[in-house]
Design a binder for this molecule. Structure first.
Ligand SMILES: Cc1cc2nc3c(=O)[nH]c(=O)nc-3n(C[C@H](O)[C@H](O)[C@H](O)COP(=O)(O)OP(=O)(O)OC[C@H]3O[C@@H](n4cnc5c(N)ncnc54)[C@H](O)[C@@H]3O)c2cc1C
Length: 243
């Protein structure tokens, strides 16, 4: 976005938005200084919150934290036979998470034993290029004191990505230092939100990085870059220098 002339201000506090001839005049405080600029359009995306007031949680005695319903990994609330899933838990507010939790709740309600485990849950951003990530970030691995190593593969070195978007983006693998288990994968590039499925499976199966690169990936596809990033994590990449 910066390459196409977009200025990005983070940690900026919007102070006012007023109508202006071009569209809107916006005042923003950044690092103690107030900046003002005009924009044709303003997109407001301030987040979401649970909407459980009308449910009468307290009347039924369902435990919650300021409206966010408390459940265990079987999606059971503290009240027998009442389950909760999805956005009303106020945690990961995504459609595929609500759906996975719904299946767990339904199975348990029917007498099966199912548990929800969010470790294979991908986060996807449908921008251009797309972003998708699953598992640990480097920051999280550091925070948890997990010894790790990283492999990065630029999509500039992948033929299919070059055709699809000029090779913009990269794939990053985070693997355990001792055993090479896949801890996290983060992808910026074309089809990132599709590519992440293989990486989520690897995390779910506790696969090691050599199991990813022992798998043959079709040519010409962007999936080859997933394998190359896995190779890069052990300094065995083929289409880039290994540093
Ligand atoms: C603009 C937008 C874009 C999004 N894009 C994505 C995306 O790209 N990918 C993604 O994974 N997620 C996305 N999400 C999030 C996703 O939509 C939610 O996480 C998901 O729908 C949550 O499912 P849910 O079943 O918990 O809640 P909901 O889908 O909100 O379903 C709750 C249902 O309960 C009904 N209801 C509420 N109160 C009562 C009541 N008292 N009695 C009976 N019925 C009631 C509501 O009408 C609603 O139909 C997006 C959300 C928004 C707002």
């Amino acid at each position: 976005m910066e390459a196409s002339g977009v200025t990005i201000l983070t940690e900026a506090k919007v102070q006012s938005v007023e109508a202006a001839p071009v569209g809107a005049k916006v005042q923003v405080e950044v690092g103690g200084k107030v900046e003002s600029f005009e924009a044709e359009k303003v997109l407001v995306a301030v987040g979401r919150r649970t909407d459980t007031e009308a449910l009468g949680l307290d009347k039924v005695g369902i435990a919650h934290d300021r409206g966010r319903i408390t459940v265990n990994d079987k999606m059971e609330t503290n009240v027998p036979n009442i389950y909760a899933i999805g956005d009303c838990l106020g945690k990961v507010m995504l459609a595929h998470v609500a759906s996975a939790q719904g299946e767990v709740a339904a199975e348990n309600a029917l007498g099966e034993t199912a548990v929800y485990d969010g470790k294979t849950n991908p986060s996807c951003v449908y921008t251009d290029p797309e972003f998708a990530g699953v598992g640990l970030t480097e920051e999280k691995a550091k925070e948890e004191g997990i010894p790790y190593q990283v492999g990065k593969f630029p999509l500039m070195a992948n033929g299919k990505a070059l055709i699809m978007n000029g090779g913009e983006g990269m794939i990053k693998f985070i693997i355990g230092k001792e055993y090479g288990e896949v801890l996290g994968v983060h992808i910026l590039g074309p089809r990132a939100t599709d590519l992440i499925g293989e990486c989520a499976l690897a995390i779910g199966m506790e696969a090691t990085v050599d199991e990813i690169y022992a798998t043959i990936h079709a040519h010409p596809t962007v999936t080859e870059a997933v394998r190359e990033a896995a190779l890069a994590a052990t300094k065995r990449a083929i289409h880039i220098p290994n540093k």
